[in-house]
Design a protein around this ligand. Structure first.
Ligand SMILES: [Zn+2]
Length: 294
């Protein structure tokens, strides 16, 4: 209650200072519902395998990871499939969070067909979670649509749909987190292209696969994780023609503008290129060059 009032206060302040639109009511339908509560004194604490929450008391938990430090607040959420989660905001010693990285340098070219290609010559495939599970999702949604409004069976069917959605989201999150952690562990410098993902999603043909592979979330993870591993995420300007330049000699081959050209041989130096790996190399070189200039 207190936190909601504080949030409302801030929402109005943001609105009057023209930083945001007029506050809207929080929806109570069909998605994750949540509330946040502050730790006053010791009102939120973990004892054995239970957590104490204000007004709620002790509840049994499955703690996903341990931590040292003061709990600032807790967000309790309830997913559409009926699971409860508690996220704790914890104040920690930054030193304890920092780890060394292995000192590598890597350029990354994200793609639609593959998740990305890197400057070391590796290509990482998409998990294609939506494709695999979308049939199941469609089936459950069809069943849901045939149920009587407000019936018990409709409620059950809605939970089944929500479960498939959550499964898809969990596979995607797991994929992104594993990849981003591995990259920041191995590299001091990670170079990516600065993407206008919002602009791209407006193109509906690309929308489904782009939101499926979720690059912006991937870059966000790389950015905060690189900081924890003492590395850096560099972003190269979108207008840099990374797929047209020969990464060996610098020759600009405009014939590769066509997205269909997957492989090409440089007419100047004769090196044979894989389109995406060559682009990833250029993204790395360009980012290092830009860094020297500034
Ligand atoms: Zn060349």
């Amino acid at each position: 209650m207190q936190q909601s009032l504080r949030d409302l206060d801030r929402a109005y302040e943001n609105f009057f200072k023209k930083r945001a639109g007029y506050p809207r009511f929080k929806s109570k339908h069909n998605h994750t519902q949540s509330y946040r509560t502050n730790n006053n004194g010791n009102s939120i604490r973990i004892v054995d395998k239970k957590i104490k929450l204000p007004k709620v008391g002790f509840v049994k938990i499955n703690q996903s990871r341990t931590f040292e430090g003061r709990i600032l607040n807790a967000t309790v959420s309830h997913t559409a499939s009926g699971k409860y989660f508690i996220s704790l905001c914890v104040e920690m010693d930054k030193e304890k969070l920092l780890h060394p990285n292995a000192g590598g340098k890597i350029g990354i070219d994200v793609g639609l067909k593959e998740f990305y290609s890197d400057s070391n010559g590796n290509t990482i495939a998409n998990p294609r979670v939506l494709k695999k599970l979308s049939k199941k999702l469609a089936r459950e949604q069809r069943k849901l649509s045939r149920k009587m409004p407000k019936s018990k069976n409709r409620k059950k069917a809605r939970i089944r749909v929500a479960k498939v959605y959550e499964h898809i989201a969990n596979i995607r999150k797991d994929f992104l987190h594993k990849l981003s952690t591995q990259l920041v562990r191995e590299n001091q410098t990670i170079a990516v292209e600065h993407l206008n993902v919002n602009g791209m999603i407006k193109d509906h043909r690309l929308a489904k696969s782009i939101s499926d592979v979720s690059w912006s979330e991937f870059f966000r993870q790389l950015e905060y994780k690189a900081e924890l591993y003492g590395g850096e995420l560099l972003k190269v300007d979108t207008f840099y023609p990374s797929s047209q330049i020969c990464s060996s000699c610098g020759y600009k081959n405009t014939k590769t503008k066509d997205l269909g050209v997957r492989e090409w041989t440089c007419p100047k130096c004769g090196v044979h290129h894989n389109r995406d790996i060559n682009a990833a190399k250029n993204i790395l070189y360009k980012s290092l060059e830009d860094k020297q200039l500034f």
